[in-house]
Design a binder for this molecule. Structure first.
Ligand code: NAP
Length: 534
């Protein structure tokens, strides 16, 4: 992505704020086709009145959304999903042009977002005419059984500012917006500029359909400008992106001084472990190899959940290395407009440079087990497209470098690390500093149990793939709306989704103390305790 004034034939992405489409002025940022380097769109937020945008959302959309029940808001989510599903081909086209996505890559983003909206539409329909949450039935406080307390959640009276990473322009938008809108909190979304086109056109599609109260869903295309300066109590920031940007937002004086609630989903060194029992030819072994190759190459490895560290018993490490390398060799890299291409480019040239630097640093510590050099590219020019070869690195036993536990290379890159015993595997996996996901492939229930207990403290999700769920599990990298998404430590410490649990982020918890008659009256509009919800 460049910052410059480009020729006017390149379409300009406007922002939707205060219920109107507005264009920024001044210097513009350019979005490119990463396969060819051509400019495909431009945008700017310079001069937009973002204070007005937030006020409009707070004062116009907030009350209108809060007046609706969960079921009514859920019904809107269902209609949004339907409207988006009708234009699926258009979304795929934008994802190919602006993100370099193959069809399979685009499906994760686009179908994932529609599926998430449908999931929350269904969950919300089940919450019926309620408007608030309770987390447990009222309980007595003193000897008098009539004096009780109940903890409730009321929707926040501000705006949810959603800042997204470049790799999931559609899913990032809707996985956050579906939970926020279902909770009755208006959204101002900011896609990463490099791939903002898809999010912008999706918001346009929904704005034109007039499904939501005006101001419920705003979008800014370009940088945040002075947005944080206008935030206040009741507003929230939900950020996805690099750890460095997450840290900067957390430390923003306006965010800190006004106690703005913040959720951070940052980078992650996800691990996968092959069990000690899984020998070459076993089901666990072949599933493991397939999963690693898939995770390295889908979206050219630009998934926050992608496998970065591969732990393999030392006795199997050469066989696994060779099996992964053999499958990587079959991956055709190039312009995803060609249906034979299985892996497209990275998002842009700066990202290619960053990934090349990351590979060079890892190479200084490890052997290269697979890398196509020179890389053959289908239907594209190596000098103009942001292509990199899938790269498998191998850490020899006795190598005490920690780099693979520290450096996230956001591309088709992973490091294989042989381990001696399970204690060693679990302890190195935990040294990633906190990650989104770990997966374990084994047919040994004892190994699985010990892995789960050891890894859950440092990974937000643990997939225990034994052969009985071989054909039914959804894979290492797929985030499901019913399950928690987030991880401790460097992964940001955030929590998103998780079905019903996710609604709490957009509610203020308070305890109400009073007579049972008054509390019963209030909780008539509350959702039943969540034990009944998924
Ligand atoms: P990034 O550079 O940190 O940008 C993320 C978002 O923050 C973009 O919308 C960006 O806007 C915005 N931003 C940048 N500087 C900002 C500032 N000073 N104030 C407010 N917003 C600011 O990350 P990225 O390169 O897009 O994404 C890659 C990273 O995201 C990887 O590290 C990956 O692991 C992580 N990620 C994590 C998850 C997760 O769920 N945990 C999911 C996806 C990606 P501009 O584009 O306009 O600069």
């Amino acid at each position: 992505m460049n910052t410059r004034v480009v020729e006017s034939s390149v379409p300009r992405l406007s922002s939707y704020v205060a219920g109107e489409w507005r264009e920024g002025k001044g210097e513009e940022q350019t979005l490119v086709n990463p396969s060819s380097g051509e400019a495909v769109a431009r945008c700017s937020t310079d001069g937009l009145d973002l204070g007005l945008a937030l006020d409009f959302a707070r004062n116009q959309a907030g009350p209108a959304l809060r007046a609706m029940t969960f079921a009514a808001r859920a019904n809107v989510l269902a209609q949004i999903a339907e409207a988006l599903a009708k234009r699926r081909e258009r979304w795929y086209e934008i994802a190919r042009i602006n993100s370099g996505n193959t069809k399979a890559d685009a499906a994760v983003d686009i179908d994932g977002s529609i599926g998430t909206l449908k999931y929350f539409a269904k969950l919300g329909a089940g919450l019926g005419n309620a408007k608030i949450l309770v987390d447990a039935p009222a309980s007595r406080l003193t000897r008098d059984p009539n004096f009780q307390a109940v903890h409730v959640g009321v929707p926040l009276r501000g705006v949810a500012v959603h800042i997204n990473a470049y790799n999931f322009p559609a899913w990032g938008l809707w996985e956050k917006a579906s939970v926020s809108l279902l909770s009755g909190v208006p959204v101002l979304t900011k896609p990463a500029t490099a791939t903002a086109w898809l999010a912008q056109e999706m918001v346009q599609c929904i704005a034109e359909a007039e499904l939501l109260p005006k101001g419920s869903l705003s979008i800014i295309c370009g940088s945040v400008q002075d947005l944080f300066h206008h935030l206040r109590m009741g507003d929230v920031i939900c950020f996805t992106g690099s750890a460095a940007t997450g840290q900067m937002i957390r430390n923003d004086p306006a965010v800190r001084s006004r106690g703005v609630r913040i959720n951070v989903e940052a980078d992650s060194l996800n691990a996968t472990i092959l069990g000690l029992d899984a020998e070459a030819g076993s089901q666990a072994f072949s599933s493991f190899v397939r999963e690693v190759v898939q995770e390295m190459t889908v979206k050219a490895g630009q998934k926050c959940t992608a496998i970065r560290r591969i732990f393999v018993p030392v006795s199997q490490s050469h066989v696994v290395r060779d099996a992964i390398a053999a499958e990587l060799q079959e991956i055709k890299v190039g312009d995803p407009a060609n249906a034979e291409v299985r892996m497209g480019p990275l998002v842009n040239m700066p990202q290619r440079l960053t990934v090349a630097e990351g590979i060079a640093r890892l190479r200084a510590e490890c052997e290269v087990a697979y890398r196509e050099d020179p890389l053959k590219i289908v239907d594209a020019d190596v000098n103009r497209g942001a292509f990199v070869s899938p790269t498998l690195l191998y850490a020899n036993r006795g190598n005490h470098s920690q780099l693979w536990n520290e450096l996230e290379v956001f591309g088709p890159v992973a490091t294989l690390i042989p381990y001696g015993d399970q204690g060693e595997a679990f302890s190195i996996a935990a040294q990633g500093g906190g990650s989104l996901v770990a997966s374990v492939f084994s047919a040994d229930p004892t190994f699985m149990t010990e892995a789960a207990l050891a890894l859950a403290a440092s990974h937000g999700r643990v997939l225990l793939a034994d052969p009985s769920i071989e054909s039914s599990h959804t894979g290492h990298g797929i985030v499901l709306p019913s399950c928690l998404h987030g991880g401790p430590g460097r992964a940001g410490g955030g929590e998103e989704l998780g079905g019903f649990r996710g609604l709490w982020f957009y509610h203020q918890r308070a305890v109400l103390q009073g007579s049972s008659a008054v509390l019963n009256k209030i909780t008539e509009i509350a959702v039943n305790p969540p034990s009944a919800q998924s």
